[in-house]
Design a protein around this ligand. Structure first.
Ligand SMILES: CC(=O)N[C@H]1[C@@H](OP(=O)(O)OP(=O)(O)OC[C@H]2O[C@@H](n3ccc(=O)[nH]c3=O)[C@H](O)[C@@H]2O)O[C@H](CO)[C@@H](O)[C@@H]1O
Length: 363
């Protein structure tokens, strides 16, 4: 008997591809066959998937770009993509189809709908992306990476969480982990690209902290390459021990030792902070589509694990007040960390596996 087939469809960004990869690895390990349907951009991430995964690349995924002629061709490309996916699905019927968001998931999810295959979507952010919104009422399950997620009326979702890296899981204790032995350590991260606003505001906010806190503080701050020098200079001038880098490869360790984290609320940052369990000040990226970073922060804020400062309200004095309140009250900070753990889903991948296996055989 041939092994059951899981068809994974995902658009070409890390946000969509990394959770897709985590599920692919787990299902291959469970003896399933896995096909990945993506576009040319997504194919660049395919090398990270297990070699056993069969990669189907259709289209460039750049529907929205190009001139008038290219735009006229879009409906035909989509229809062609759906027909191709339907033919493939009829010749090798997937037991389950899972979409992780992005335009390249349209053909596979449409074909799954037409051929009545069991199907689900995973949404990483607290607001459904465009394509996931289109399919929300036409799938059997909606797995949510962050919680709560805004869903259309009459549609329910399950909080599976976003799969986190193995290095994050290694740092996550069985429960609350005490911060490292340095008196106070602050970690500042701005997502995968860094965030200029944090370079503008955080050093000044740190310099404004009461001396009793400032003298014991050690900072690790991610800054964009073009901002590195001025951030280093600002901390030096304020006499604060600080490590500044465009990207810290060992952020899981640093998070696990931090008394406080200041961060954007990208889906993976929120997942990492929750799974490791740390108090945080979150500053959502205001220009994110449908303000999804504010939605991503909501769960931690409502749980009493994080303070949210909207970008337009962010200044050094406001940030310094929040930092002083958390750093100056270790017991309250510990409670925030424990509240964050309540939002964490270290078993996100297993939860996705359980949903897939629950759907299998229902087609
Ligand atoms: C600016 C923007 O549009 N960002 C989007 C992008 O997130 P983006 O990829 O920018 O940010 P995420 O928070 O999702 O991921 C960042 C990851 O990098 C890690 N990290 C960060 C700094 C560092 O020095 N070292 C390090 O390892 C973090 O711990 C985290 O795991 O896709 C996400 C998923 O759709 C969205 O939620 C975000 O809104």
């Amino acid at each position: 008997m041939t092994a059951p087939l899981l068809m994974i469809a995902a658009g070409g960004t890390g946000g969509h591809m990394f959770p897709a990869q985590a599920l692919a690895e787990a299902m291959i390990a469970r003896g399933w066959r896995v096909k990945l349907s993506t576009d040319e951009r997504g194919a660049r991430y395919a090398g990270g998937f297990p070699p056993a995964v069969d990669v189907v690349v259709s289209g460039s995924g750049t529907f929205a770009r190009g001139g008038a002629v290219a735009k006229l061709a879009v409906p035909f490309k989509i229809i062609g993509g759906i027909l191709g996916a339907t033919v493939r699905m009829l010749s090798d019927r997937p037991a389950v189809v899972v979409g992780f968001g992005g335009y390249p998931t349209i053909p596979a999810l449409s074909a799954a709908f037409l051929t009545r295959r069991p199907r689900m979507i995973h949404e990483q952010n607290g607001v459904l992306g465009r394509v996931n919104k289109l399919f929300a009422a036409r799938v059997h399950k909606i797995a949510c990476g962050t919680w709560p997620t805004a869903l259309p009326e009459g549609v329910t979702g399950e909080h599976t969480g976003n799969p986190v890296r193995a290095a994050v899981l290694e740092r996550a204790g069985a429960g609350y982990i005490a911060p490292g032995d340095y008196p106070m350590s602050l970690v500042v991260i701005g997502g995968s690209q860094g965030a200029r606003i944090l370079s503008d505001v955080v050093p000044e906010a740190v310099a404004r902290l009461p001396e009793a806190l400032r003298l014991h503080l050690r900072v690790a701050q991610q800054a964009r390459p073009e901002d590195l020098d001025r951030v280093v200079a600002a901390y030096e001038e304020a006499g604060i021990l600080a490590e500044i880098a465009p990207f810290f490869a060992d952020i899981p360790r640093r998070l696990s030792e931090a008394q406080l984290v200041i961060s954007r609320s990208g889906a993976s940052s929120v997942a990492d902070i929750s799974v490791i369990g740390r108090p945080s000040v979150l500053i959502p990226f205001a220009a994110a589509t449908d303000d999804h970073q504010t939605a991503n922060a909501r769960g931690l804020v409502d749980a009493g694990a994080a303070v949210l400062i909207p970008e337009k309200a962010l200044d050094a004095a406001t940030l310094a007040d929040h930092m002083a309140a958390i750093l100056g009250q270790p017991q309250a900070a510990e409670q925030m960390a424990r509240n964050a753990l309540g939002q964490g889903r270290p078993d996100a991948t297993q939860r996705l596996v359980a949903l897939v296996e629950g759907l299998a055989g229902k087609g």
